[in-house]
Design a protein. Sequence first.
Length: 109
Amino acid sequence: MADTQAKDKRVTRRFALRLPVTVRYGEPGEEHAAQTRDVSARGICFYVDSAIQAGSAIDFTLTLPPEITLSESIRVRCKGRVVRVEGGSPPGKMAVAAVIDEYEFLAES
């Protein structure tokens, strides 16, 4: 039953995408390279190789590809918080699930 309840909370479509993402957490200005597992309008799951605690505030930037935007690639900066951390798959990486609290589209550089 718990499995069904977890699925019911997912009201937005998730896109299983492997995208590079830069995540900032921990010490001010400390950046960590990560890779997304999936992305939705309300959240993100990514793999990172350093520890982070559930409840932590994060800031991350990624580029959404044309298959998601249905136009050109778009860079997005997001702020959110970690809701779950799981270890083990892939080995040596932590899967971090976070909700997106706010976001902004960035101009092309």
